[in-house]
Ligand binder design. Structure first.
Ligand code: FHN
Length: 427
């Protein structure tokens, strides 16, 4: 991987993070885009500001759930597109400390996740539908984009940029070491130097030299010489790239897929279309098998609690990781063709076979004849045997293939059975 991405590598070794979308939109409970989708005015949305009182909010519970899930970093919305600040910004009154909550919700999040040894990330929306100087009429998605009252409204976008840069400075000054800042998102001409991105990046790097930044300020992270603001990782959303991500020179670049557990980022009371633990575990494996991370999202409700359906999935993933985490953390792509039965991940001379489909008879490893020093079922460390079944020399490329016997007709773990192969030498 290009040395430009050296600062991203520790995060890439973590492989699995928790995304948290939380704010006033948890009260209407129709997702975080409700203002835009329903063209809700600031005055109408004020109802939620006046009401916001997450009496059950205790980020220590969130942090414990993330820890048990095996998530090694977290990214919480400090401000989403609605402009509401979960932190005690001195640059606005539109913040949690001025609601019935009366607390700096970000301060408590940072303390709680640090306490659990989980890296701390901030999501910060470049878009701001509340700020007076953010373009509204004719914008692609502003709630007032087709409200004639906004047509001739004078704005001072530089004043918005001073505000936005000032808040980023607050976030990266007042809360100790921050591991990730996750900007969201550039669009149309609202990109790159429209945000004064170079100046912003220079400020960020001076305040937090080791911080990792996503690619949504603009520019092209896949260029051979990306812009200074093009970011430290690529951020595919609601998709796992078919082949992983390489730049125009064919060099692997760091990437992180952000994915919801149901179909919404922010809390949505009636969206019960949750992914299964099996889907979630296999999504994590697929990301790692392609040199990527998974940032898995939860949307806490207006009371401040993560939905039970999400907690149940996180718990199941954590149980699987407790036994099989060696096949995820610090692992990446294996230079082998994707096998029929599942996927490979690799770390040094340890190759991990993630068997999703049991098939009939032994598991076949194309190209690995004579290259496996020993094999173990990762979940319990039990010995497995490399073998060549009877007649195999009549129907397979036994010149290069290897077979491992798995007892029984079902997989030991139908979510994902992992075989750890210690190789004679790294592939
Ligand atoms: O518009 C946002 C959306 O609300 C959410 O924050 C996702 C998460 O990456 N990013 C943007 C595009 O969907």
């Amino acid at each position: 991987m290009n040395s430009r991405f050296a600062r991203t590598l520790p995060l890439m070794n973590d492989r699995f993070g928790l995304f948290i979308h939380w704010g006033l939109y948890a009260i209407p409970a129709r997702g975080e885009w409700v203002r835009s989708q329903e063209r809700i005015t600031n005055e109408q949305y004020q109802t939620y500001f006046d009401e916001f009182n997450p009496e059950l909010y205790d980020p220590r519970n969130w942090a414990k759930a993330a820890k048990a899930a095996g998530q090694r970093y977290a990214v919480l919305t400090t401000k989403h597109h609605d402009g509401f600040c979960l932190f005690d910004s001195q640059l606005t009154d539109y913040k949690a400390t001025n609601t019935l909550a009366g607390r700096d919700l970000i301060r408590e999040y940072v303390d709680a996740f640090r306490e659990e040894g989980i890296k701390v990330g901030f999501y910060y929306s470049l878009i701001d539908w509340y700020h007076d100087d953010y373009p509204a009429y004719g914008d692609r998605q502003h709630p007032m984009r087709d409200n004639e009252e906004y047509k001739d409204k004078e704005i001072d976008f530089d004043r918005y940029l001073e505000y936005m840069h000032g808040q980023v400075r607050e976030l990266l000054t007042n809360y100790g070491k921050i591991d990730i800042i996750w900007f969201d998102f550039s669009y149309d001409d609202m990109t790159a130097e429209k945000w004064r991105a170079t100046e912003l990046i220079q400020m960020i790097r001076s305040l937090q030299p080791d911080i990792v930044i996503d690619n949504r300020l603009g520019g092209n992270i896949m260029a051979e010489e990306p812009e200074v603001y093009a970011g430290d990782f690529f951020s595919p959303e609601q998709i796992i790239p078919p082949e992983g991500i390489v730049n125009t020179a064919g060099e692997a670049i760091p990437w992180e897929a952000c994915i919801t557990l149901n179909d919404h980022w922010g809390y949505h009371a009636t969206d019960k279309n949750y992914k299964s633990p099996r889907q979630t575990i296999r999504a994590l494996v697929e990301c790692v098998s392609k040199n990527g991370n998974l940032l898995l999202n939860v949307g806490p409700d207006a009371k401040g609690e993560i939905p039970q359906e999400s907690l149940d999935i996180l718990e199941a993933v954590g149980k699987w990781l407790h036994r099989n985490g060696d096949s995820i953390y610090g692992c990446g792509i294996a230079e082998l063709p994707k096998p029929e039965w599942g996927r490979y991940t690799q770390r040094g001379n340890k190759l991990y076979a993630h068997v999703f489909d049991r098939g009939i008879g032994p598991i076949y490893f194309q190209g690995l004849k004579g290259r496996i020093k020993k094999a173990r079922l990762l979940s319990d460390g039990s010995e497995l045997h490399v073998e060549t079944p009877w007649m195999a020399d009549q129907y397979s490329d036994t010149e290069s293939g290897a077979f491992i016997h798995l007892a029984g007709g079902d997989l030991p773990d139908e979510l994902d059975t992992v075989i750890e192969l210690e190789l004679v030498e790294e592939i």
